[in-house]
Design a protein around this ligand. Structure first.
Ligand code: CMP
Length: 140
């Protein structure tokens, strides 16, 4: 099994409800280590850059507005198969379709306010980690 890193974002709906600690506990209970973390208020241009892959989607504008509507916690999670492991811990994008016991099932409010983001592949994880963190900020 490969040790990987993945980018996670605790979204504004979750920071607003003071859920950072409860969400971090889900990662740690499932053997993911938080090797970098910072709380930021994203600018509109940061949100547009981060989600550029979705620029043509109808929900893009609302998604960018939402991601800068309050603080987020950007973080790097490390562990065995971290990309897939984190996606299992998060659950389906739409909380209505997420499995019991997942973060999005337990905390998500809607497909947009779904509490967390996680990279969808190791390749995108590397790109997304570099978007927010320098190498010296990753402390394994
Ligand atoms: P995330 O993993 O952050 O990646 C893109 C986000 O777009 C996704 O989670 C959702 O929160 C958001 N989104 C809003 N509407 C949709 C939609 N119709 N389909 C997929 N993602 C959506």
């Amino acid at each position: 099994m490969a040790i990987q890193r993945t980018l996670s974002i605790i979204k504004p709906d979750a920071t607003r409800r003071n859920l950072t600690g409860q969400i971090n506990a889900r990662f740690e209970e499932n053997d993911l280590r938080i090797v970098a973390q910072k709380r930021i208020h994203m600018t509109r241009s940061q949100a547009e850059g981060f989600y550029a892959v979705h620029a043509e989607r109808a929900f893009f504008g609302d998604l960018c507005d939402f991601m800068c509507s309050g603080p987020v916690v950007v973080q790097v999670l490390e562990g065995e198969n971290a990309v897939t492991a984190n996606r299992d811990i998060m659950g389906a994008t739409n909380p209505a379709n997420a499995d019991e016991g997942t973060i999005r099932k337990d905390f998500g409010e809607s497909i947009e306010a779904n509490s967390v983001h996680g990279s969808d592949s190791p390749e995108n994880a590397a790109i997304e980690i570099a978007f927010f963190f320098s190498q010296t900020e990753l402390v394994g």
